[in-house]
Ligand binder design. Structure first.
Ligand SMILES: Nc1ncnc2c1ncn2[C@@H]1O[C@H](COP(=O)(O)OP(=O)(O)OP(=O)(O)O)[C@@H](O)[C@H]1O
Ligand SMILES: [Mg+2]
Length: 223
């Protein structure tokens, strides 16, 4: 099996007003290609921090995180931006859509950054909107969308450049049961496509869908 993620003695500390928060402590973790992993644990346990480290949005304080053979702590921001664009789709805990861009533009933006040509950007963004049943919302701004619609735009955006790794932070956390089910089904399809998926979640349905569940507590993994 191909190892997609290898973390060794991974630590992330934040220092605020001389108080040190140990958000991730000594985490060792191996995730293989195509695995669907759920990370659960209490609020403040470090779930978002761990996803940010794996997705190259944050750098380790010590230890290592190697993703697709790249030791992420060893690179500068320019390379990391290129790395993210090529390898990682991120669905954030609070959607993080750009409020001044329409649904279509929020998706197009990702492949514009990746350097795609105009016609291809248009085709890709439109077909993703359609795939997620949002073609009638193309020109709506995030504030004009429901929570479930925003979350579907966030998934479409995360998948726009067809990344092999998808990270989703509490993707059903703010949604009602029915809309949450839609998202579970989307994740099921993504899993079937063979992508590696890591979700931070408390949702029983997602925990059931996962090949493995990992429990984080006070920054440590306890299986
Ligand atoms: N940028 C930051 N600066 C300072 N402290 C931070 C930062 N990000 C996270 N923390 C702290 O690190 C710890 C872990 O936070 P994190 O957001 O990873 O938890 P979480 O498990 O995702 O929680 P939740 O379930 O509420 O989303 C918390 O104590 C938090 O206050
Ligand atoms: Mg979080």
């Amino acid at each position: 099996m191909v190892k997609v993620i290898l973390a060794t003695s991974l630590c992330k500390y934040f220092e605020i007003d001389e108080v040190i928060v140990e958000a991730i402590k000594d985490v060792d973790l191996t995730i293989e290609e195509g695995e669907f992993i759920a990370i659960y644990g209490p609020s403040g346990a470090g779930k978002t921090t761990l996803l940010n480290l794996i997705g190259a949005l944050d750098k380790p304080t010590s230890g290592k995180v190697v993703v697709f053979d790249h030791d992420l702590g060893a690179y500068g921001e320019n390379f990391l931006a290129t790395f993210r664009s090529a390898y990682v789709g991120f669905v954030f805990q609070s959607y993080n859509l750009i409020s001044t861009l329409t649904a279509l533009e929020n998706i197009a933006f990702v492949v514009e950054l990746a350097g795609w040509e105009r016609e291809r950007i248009k085709n890709r963004s439109e077909s993703l909107l359609k795939l997620f049943g949002l073609e009638h919302r193309a020109n709506h701004f995030p504030a004009q969308l429901s929570g479930g619609e925003r979350q579907r735009v966030a998934f479409a955006r995360a998948l726009a450049n067809d990344p092999p790794l998808l990270l989703a932070d509490e993707p059903t956390g703010n949604l009602d049961t029915e809309t949450g089910l839609e998202i579970v089904n989307i994740l099921k399809q993504i899993k079937e496509e063979g992508k590696t998926v890591i979700v931070a979640t408390h949702d029983e349905k997602l925990l059931k869908l996962a090949d493995r569940s990992l429990c984080l507590k006070d920054g440590r993994l306890t299986e």
